[in-house]
Design a binder for this molecule. Structure first.
Ligand SMILES: [Zn+2]
Length: 799
């Protein structure tokens, strides 16, 4: 009972401290001292840049550009607008993709003492996605960039120049940054890059990407950081995803640097709700002060970080960062192993430690990992919210609730395993819970075979593990042994991730050694056990929050339930016949799953979190037929239903290529005339033929699918060699933003042939001649290019 009370106290204390740790700092007011970063001051620019959606090429974006030029001039940065056409290429399976636009980067320079020294570049993108004011992504980064330049200037002349690059067309394929690092002579002056992004409308700023070989960069980071949130593992994980930002381009150019983004309030990411009013000003303060610290550190340093080895690092508490070379991970592991051995020896001196208890402890650790993973997959599916970038908004609208649900569920699994291990005949109930979870996974969402497999594996694992009660010292030693084994493997396979199991392990092994694996009843031993538990839980809490926000994969949190078990085990496995431990575990599980039910059955939509809708009026110019379409598969809203059926048609399915690959929900609509894109094929210089494509007047973008029926050579996009039309019959997808001049695809044919063109042009306006859209209720919003007119069709052009 007493242990369980201490444990409950530790859990509550850790939860409070973890919440404090994840809280964004207080935004500083407009009259804060000039040398510091003030979110209050930066908000003035956020309110102008993030007033309305301003995608690349739009009139709103040009107004933003003019504002930025004015602001940079005021700051004495001698701004220039660098206009270039830019294209990005991406091969996905058999399809080549081209994203192109005319971009206008805005660049200014704050002169330093040595004008020839490599400069520090502060970077953010000023364009938004269509349909979102982008107050967070990336008006916040842009405004922070301006405020950082102002604060740097107030600190006196730095050793080197600091450049501010506000890129255009990031959302359309990193087009501004691509053009800058490829072709702008100013890029050759850059020696260090600091980029600012946003993934959501709030939350702590994370440093999630570095340049290649970042040991020296991390040294700068760890010396200058103000309450940072970062680790070598987070950076590694990000590098393994397909996400990118402008920093991808500077990194590819071999430049060192640091990439920051705040992540939180994810509902607002790329959403109409991302307004200056909903922006978390604490997040702006956080990213601004962190990047200002790094920028000042680099600008005033005698030398910039160069490319070198790797570093293992993670933030600890406050402004602390622990960083060391990867081989030092072996020392950390050796310390943990030595402490573990000492704990076992000391415990054996008092009483025998049964080696079978050790095996049961290890089994319980594995059981809790499998059970938690299965339960968490079940919890995600039980919300009934589909997976997908737009679809999961029903969940991000209730992000806090669902986070509490998964944390309680994961923790509940760990507490349950520990409480069960000390009791006789727990085998049946443990196997039963595994089986019940497996059946739940089969019944819900799909069925989810992976989740069911994990639950079934937990049930099998329960049979040898929970047959007999295990003594607490041996069991804890067994749990810690799984930590030692996994840390060893991670240290070999992925040394930059080794710290994650190693640091809580060292703490827990220290408590185990001092407390003779939990048997000691001395006050210092007990105090140390409780302290280790709280410290480990708070530190892990930061990672849990990050993983929860970063990926829609709650099952990964099972790893953290297992890591938490290292330190809480001696408190969670009750002595004797006490049922308090089981009661606590049961309470956590019931509360966790209860919150899941709450998330499922409550209405997520409100004026603050409106339901996303994405409707369009499609004019199929080949068939001369029109459709009212909805591009969000799970959108069953009454508003969308009214829009789709307004011309009396029944909802079915239709194709929307090349705009959208999947079929969309569509109902017949009244046919209307609308201008088509201009597509011409004509001979060009050097035996080439050139396809010229221009969007209809006022279009937001034009997409084409192109396919040549024979071999073509020397393919070019806007006069530059391009990896497109690689094989006869293979599709190349082109998306061209806004610019009315259009683009040119040229190639040298080998023999007479034809090119097949499918087009979709999107104009951000509902057709004037169509029945107008009904008013949206306050809890419904348009998403992306909703309410647009889409003209589709095809051509076959021969040469
Ligand atoms: Zn962005």
């Amino acid at each position: 009972m007493r242990r369980t009370l201490i444990l409950a106290g530790c859990l509550i204390a850790a939860a409070l401290l973890a919440c404090l740790q994840e809280r964004t700092p207080k935004p500083l007011p407009v009259d804060a001292p000039p040398q510091v970063f003030s979110a209050g001051r930066a908000m003035a620019d956020v309110r102008i840049v993030g007033r309305a959606p301003h995608p690349v090429g739009s009139a709103a974006n040009m107004a933003v550009r003019d504002h930025l030029v004015r602001r940079m001039a005021e700051l004495g940065l001698s701004p220039q607008v660098r206009r270039m056409d830019s294209a990005a290429y991406r091969q996905v399976g058999d399809q080549s993709n081209v994203f192109g636009a005319v971009v206008e980067n805005v660049v200014g320079v704050l002169p330093g003492l040595d004008r020839t020294a490599p400069a520090v570049l502060v970077m953010a993108h000023y364009d938004s996605v269509p349909g979102s004011p982008g107050a967070a992504d990336d008006a916040a980064g842009v405004a922070a960039g301006l405020e950082i330049m102002r604060a740097l200037k107030a600190r006196g002349m730095a050793r080197r120049d600091v450049m501010l690059l506000l890129t255009d067309g990031e959302e359309s394929g990193l087009l501004g940054a691509g053009a800058f690092f490829r072709a702008d002579p100013l890029a050759r002056r850059v020696g260090f890059v600091l980029n600012m992004e946003a993934r959501g409308g709030g939350g702590r700023a994370q440093m999630f990407e570095t340049g290649p070989g970042a040991a020296e960069t991390i040294a700068l980071f760890s010396h200058t950081a103000v309450r940072p949130a970062s680790s070598s593992l987070a950076v590694k994980l990000y590098s393994m995803t397909s996400n990118d930002t402008d920093f991808t381009r500077s990194r590819a150019a071999g430049l060192p640097g640091l990439n920051y983004a705040f992540i939180g309030r994810q509902f607002d990411y790329h959403s109409a709700s991302s307004t200056p009013e909903t922006l978390d000003q604490g997040a702006l303060q956080d990213i601004g002060r962190q990047v200002l610290a790094a920028a000042a550190g680099a600008a005033f340093a005698p030398a910039l970080p160069r490319e070198g080895g790797e570093a293992v690092y993670a933030n600890t508490f406050g402004s602390g960062v622990l960083a060391y070379p990867p081989w030092c991970g072996w020392i950390v592991l050796a310390v943990a192993a030595a402490l573990w051995g000492l704990g076992v020896l000391r415990a054996r001196r008092v009483a025998a430690v049964d080696w079978r208890d050790l095996a049961r402890g290890a089994g319980a650790a594995l059981y809790l990992l499998l059970l938690a993973a299965s339960l968490l997959r079940l919890a995600r599916r039980a919300t009934g919210v589909p997976f997908g970038f737009i679809e999961q908004r029903a969940l991000t609208a209730q992000a806090g609730l669902f986070e509490a649900a998964v944390i309680l569920t994961g923790l509940g699994a760990a507490l349950f395993a520990a409480a069960a291990l000390g009791r006789p005949r727990s085998c049946r109930v443990c196997a039963g819970l595994g089986l019940a979870t497996a059946l739940g996974c089969l019944a819900l969402g799909g069925p989810d075979l992976a989740g069911a497999g994990l639950g079934a594996a937990a049930a099998i694992m329960a049979l040898p593990t929970f047959g007999r009660p295990a003594g607490s010292p041996g069991a804890w030693a067994g749990v810690l042994a799984t930590g030692l084994a996994v840390t060893l493997v991670v240290q070999v396979v992925l040394p930059v991730a080794g710290f994650l199991p190693a640091w809580p392990l060292v703490l827990a092994c220290l408590a185990a050694a001092v407390g003779r694996l939990g048997a000691s009843r001395s006050l210092p031993a007990r105090a140390l056990t409780a302290l280790a538990a709280v410290v480990a839980l708070v530190w892990l809490g930061g990672f849990v929050h990050g993983v929860y926000l970063g990926l829609d994969m709650p099952e990964l949190l099972a790893i953290f339930a297992w890591l938490a078990a290292f330190a809480i085990w001696p408190l969670a496995q009750p002595a004797g016949q006490s049922i308090a431990g089981r009661a606590l575990a049961g309470a956590a599980l019931i509360m966790g799953l209860g919150l899941v039910a709450w998330v499922r059955f409550s209405d997520p939509w409100s004026a603050r979190h409106p339901r996303p809708t994405l409707v369009a009026y499609q004019l199929d110019q080949d068939a001369k037929r029109a459709w009212r379409v909805s591009l969000i598969p799970a959108d069953q809203s009454a508003w969308t239903h009214t829009v789709l059926t307004a011309d009396g048609g029944r909802i079915g399915r239709a194709g929307l290529r090349p705009l959208f690959r999947r079929p969309v929900e569509a109902a017949p609509a009244r046919w209307l005339d609308a201008p088509a894109p201009q597509l011409t094929l004509a001979p060009a210089a050097g035996g080439q033929v050139a396809l010229r494509a221009a969007p209809p007047p006022g279009a937001r973008f034009l997409t084409l699918d192109l396919r040549a029926d024979g071999v073509v050579e020397q393919p070019m996009f806007n006069g530059r060699p391009a990896s497109i039309l690689r094989r006869p019959g293979q599709w190349t997808h082109v998306r061209w933003e806004a610019a009315p001049g259009g683009f040119e695809v040229a190639f040298k044919p080998v023999r007479p042939g034809a090119i097949e063109v499918r087009y979709a042009a999107v104009t951000e306006a509902w057709p004037a001649a169509a029945k107008p859209l009904p008013q949206r209720p306050a809890d419904v919003m348009g998403f992306d290019v909703s309410d647009s007119t889409v003209v589709t069709g095809s051509r076959r052009l021969t040469w």
